[in-house]
Design a protein around this ligand. Structure first.
Ligand code: NCN
Ligand code: DMD
Length: 353
């Protein structure tokens, strides 16, 4: 567990925006001594130094945050946060909002892509519906959420993280949610609707133009409040995005490493990063989504995706696919023989002449 005795994890909820902001600024660091031990063992393993590439860094990251020199992935939790969006009434998605609850039923019956990927990865899968799947307000007309509902969604996400997980992977399902995701990017990173709007679940050219214009309208409407990241999250975000932010914060407070998923998941944690730039140290980005803005969003957060597979599904599918990579990283770190154990000669020291 991270060592920061000064912060006590809130048990129930964030009663006010001020409480939430304080929690976002209270970010425990891991005990870096574990990282040193992992580096020391890595140097003894039967391979040329650095030859396992990014797998080495992944084992180090997991071990540091888990507080061990033998990282484990016995309990991997994937949680899908589901929500609906008032802005869908503007025509920003080619799918009706009903599909959100229909897909929740599909997750529960085991029929979605993430059910297969979670099983393949040996991960547990849960689904959390926010606000009974009642839609937010249309963010191009008014604030998407009241303060109370926003804080309730963040708190639900916070409480959804099991304290004993070895890795937490947030995902989302919400027809229309690439619009609030793009709006958060425009509000917090700059640029226009055109810079951040993508085709989502398959918008045509006309729909894409409309979506960019809707985002521009929303930015204009809320422009007086754009300097406050939590207010941006409340006005321009969505329930499941708020819950993702709460879950990533909870994982940090519990010392649990996090795999982020696609465009929506990454955009959801932008308000947190704007408050505290170090807030993503316990995360890695599982993949680069094919959604137009994700590559730039990842670059602006200095997140290097583990995979680039053209996925644009959401549902934590990129994380589902990347978990086995992490399993490979810890299997090598924990299981390989040292040069001494295997009687393999180490390369001779470079000549000094
Ligand atoms: O996160 C992504 O990279 C991503 C990219 C495209 C689509 N999605 C998923 O598609 C839905 C949102 O798309 P849309 O077109 O309805 O805004 C929502 O359920 C997301 O999980 C997700
Ligand atoms: C069918 C469908 C499945 C999804 N999974 C995540 N977002 C989705 C959007 C649609 C439309």
């Amino acid at each position: 567990m991270p060592t920061d005795a000064s912060f006590s994890v809130p048990d129930i909820s964030f009663p006010s925006m001020k409480d939430l902001r304080t929690a976002c600024l209270s970010l425990p660091e891991p005990d870096r001594a574990w990282g040193d031990r992992i580096r020391q063992r890595d140097a003894l393993l039967t391979k040329p130094p650095g030859s396992l590439g990014r797998l080495e860094e992944l084992a180090l990251w997991l071990g540091e945050w888990q507080g061990t020199d033998s990282p484990v992935l016995d309990k991997v939790q994937i949680t899908i946060f589901a929500g609906n969006h008032g802005v869908v009434q503007r025509g920003v998605s080619p799918w009706p909002s009903d599909v959100t609850s229909q897909m929740v039923a599909n997750f529960e019956h085991g029929g979605a892509a993430i059910n297969q990927l979670a099983r393949n990865a040996g991960a547990d899968l849960s689904v959390v519906c926010l606000q009974n799947l009642q839609a937010t307000e249309d963010l191009s007309q008014t604030a998407a959420m009241t303060e109370e509902d926003f804080l309730s969604a963040v708190s639900t996400g916070y409480r959804a993280v099991p304290k004993d997980a070895d890795l937490f992977c947030p995902g989302e399902m919400g027809i229309g949610n690439t619009t609030p995701a793009a709006a958060l990017c425009a509000a917090l990173l700059g640029g226009t609707g055109k810079d951040w709007a993508g085709r989502g679940t398959g918008l045509d050219d006309k729909g894409l133009k409309l979506k960019a214009a809707v985002i521009d309208e929303a930015i204009m409407l809320h422009k007086a409040t754009l300097s406050d990241p939590l207010e941006v999250a409340r006005r321009l975000g969505g329930y499941e995005l708020a819950a993702i932010m709460g879950s990533v914060l909870a994982a940090r407070h519990h010392g649990i490493p996090v795999l982020l998923d696609g465009f929506v998941c990454t955009a959801a944690i932008l308000p947190l990063v704007k408050i505290a730039p170090e807030a993503l140290d316990h995360t890695r980005l599982s993949h680069c989504s094919a959604e137009a803005g994700h590559r730039n969003l990842a670059a602006s957060l200095m997140l290097e995706p583990l995979l680039d597979f053209g996925l644009r599904l959401g549902e934590a599918s990129g994380s589902g696919l990347a978990i086995p990579l992490l399993c490979g990283a810890i299997a090598c770190h924990n299981g390989m023989a040292t040069f001494a154990e295997a009687s393999v000669s180490q390369k001779s020291a470079p000549s000094t002449e």
